[in-house]
Write a protein that binds this ligand. Structure first.
Ligand code: HEC
Length: 116
């Protein structure tokens, strides 16, 4: 193999992982974080303090160790869809029922909450 061919092979080999890294979509947890922090979408920071936020909110509880508190993903989904399903006096918005967030957005929010 001449030098040029060797270089071409090297470039091709190096290029494959680089191309893959670029093609990878942003993680769903990152999407969820954007939704949680977006005032027009989740606006969860209006009521909850959590890691990564500098807003002191105490209407709702501090959100941490969410996975330990809600190991059943479906239960957490139901709660976010319509908190009154498990807490009849809840003041938290019914994000799914009231069409503030769709199913996919709620799933992304859960992925993010599970990183807390
Ligand atoms: C208007 C205020 C308000 C907003 C906005 C709000 N929450 Fe809540 N949240 C609460 C309150 C209050 C509770 C406590 C239980 C209850 O009253 O429903 C709660 C409870 C929770 C819990 C259960 C915590 C635990 O330890 O039991 C989770 C998880 C949660 N909220 C996630 C979210 C997410 C995610 C968002 C944004 C998509 C959000 N909340 C937006 C007020 C709010």
């Amino acid at each position: 193999m001449n030098t040029r061919a060797t270089l071409a092979v090297l470039v091709a080999l190096l290029g494959v992982p680089l191309a893959c890294a670029q093609a990878a979509p942003p993680s769903r947890a990152a999407e969820g974080k954007a939704i949680v922090f977006n005032r027009r979408l989740g606006n969860c920071l209006a009521c909850h303090t959590m890691q990564g936020s500098d807003v002191a909110s105490n209407v709702g509880p501090l959100l941490f160790h969410v996975k330990q508190k809600f190991p059943d993903r479906n239960k957490l989904f139901q709660f976010l869809w319509n908190p009154e399903s498990s807490k009849p006096q809840s003041v938290m918005p019914a994000f799914g029922k009231n069409m503030i967030l769709d199913r996919q957005q709620i799933e992304a929010v859960i992925d993010f909450l599970y990183t807390l």
